[in-house]
Design a protein around this ligand. Sequence first.
Ligand SMILES: NC(=O)c1ccc[n+]([C@@H]2O[C@H](COP(=O)([O-])OP(=O)(O)OC[C@H]3O[C@@H](n4cnc5c(N)ncnc54)[C@H](O)[C@@H]3O)[C@@H](O)[C@H]2O)c1
Length: 437
Amino acid sequence: MRRPVSVAPPKGKLGVLTPGMGAVGTTFMAGVELVRRKESLPVGSLTQMGTVRLGKRTDNRVPKIKDFVPLAELDNLVFGGWDVFPDDAYEAASKAGVLDAKDLAKAQKFLKNIKPMKAAFDQTYVKNLHGTNIKKGKTKFDLAEQLREDIRDFKKKNKLDRLVMVWCASTEVFLKPEDVHKDLASFEKGMKANHPAIAPSMLYAYAAISEGVPFANGAPNLTVDIPALESFAKDQHVPIGGKDFKTGQTLMKTVLAPGFKARMLGLNGWFSTNILGNRDGEVLEDPGSFKTKEESKLGALEYILQPNLYPDLYGKIHHKVRINYYPPRGDNKEGWDNIDIFGWLGYPMQIKVDFLCRDSILAAPIVLDLALFFDLAQRAGMRGIQEWLSFYFKSPMCAKELYPEHDLFIQLMKLKNTLRWMMGEELITHLGAEYYD
Ligand SMILES: NC(=O)c1ccc[n+]([C@@H]2O[C@H](COP(=O)([O-])OP(=O)(O)OC[C@H]3O[C@@H](n4cnc5c(N)ncnc54)[C@H](O)[C@@H]3O)[C@@H](O)[C@H]2O)c1
């Protein structure tokens, strides 16, 4: 990839479209509104609160990221979305039960105006959902065309300059790449023939790319992670990325595991279990959707610990992940980890983590950062997979010949170096030999 010669300024309004206006989607929208009105701080958002060091440690140049790269202003964001339920964003957020009534009341008028467009949905792919706000169409291709029309109408109606799309809808059943995903011609033929390996999320991704709209996938579905859409995105000059917002337990895993490896501490096993009572938890009760999530959650350790390089330390790991739907908890998940490690001479130790987290509170700032960074990437002329945004994903997409980078700290360094590179600043290697000349 060549370094961008210049980054186009973020003029005008940016539309942020979310397929899925459930817990995450509405917590994101309500949160941005509260931040815009100076009612709250954008905690958890790197684009809003993070800094980037430039030059030498003695230079004292540490601007905020949003002052260093030309990001869209929060005041210029306009929200829209699709959902299988007809509830407006206020009703949906009230039902999701993430934000308390006091916060919701402050954003009520704003949220009431965000009404979901009819979804491209098929229950074959999300078993535990029964909605009514659904598009009709003879073929999957027809549905994709309708989504394209929605995008164009939304842009026109709201007088937008640009758009991004972030998938915040339910986890679909597990699908593997097949021949129908191999190139655009097969994929388009497949949509017209209602091929079963083409899931609704792929129709949204196809529609977005066709309309020149960057697409980020917040769920573990295959979606845009197929050769047909990858090459289509490149041809259309559209940035894409995924999969699955990195929050909660996996975030912790990608913080702790690099620490064990850094100190050459061994690992025998990692048992992770969760109780979760929101609609996401209900959807994940279905074994098909759970399988998709499980694959996404299991990958991280293997890639971070590299058992092939360190067979004595990580060659025999038992890694288990469980998610239990438990309605009383709502969105306030509890994730337990039992980690069996070993140290000097093989002596065993245990670590227990009990994370009482709020899923959507962790996910909402990720949606914001992805929307802003994908828009930035497009204005910088970057296209196809945006591996530098792996920081935000449980199961990051990367070039075919690479393995994904899961270590949160490497991901952050890569992200910040990409921003420096984009803006023509020197990359930071942390060598620092010059301070001791
Ligand atoms: N909250 C987190 O921390 C977190 C982390 C990683 C990934 N995710 C993923 O983000 C997604 C959203 O999570 P959530 O907690 O908001 O779930 P949710 O169930 O509250 O919301 C998802 C919404 O998507 C809608 N939907 C399903 N299929 C659709 C389709 N084809 N088109 C339009 N709308 C559709 C549902 O009706 C629902 O309202 C899930 O896939 C979840 O696995 C969440």
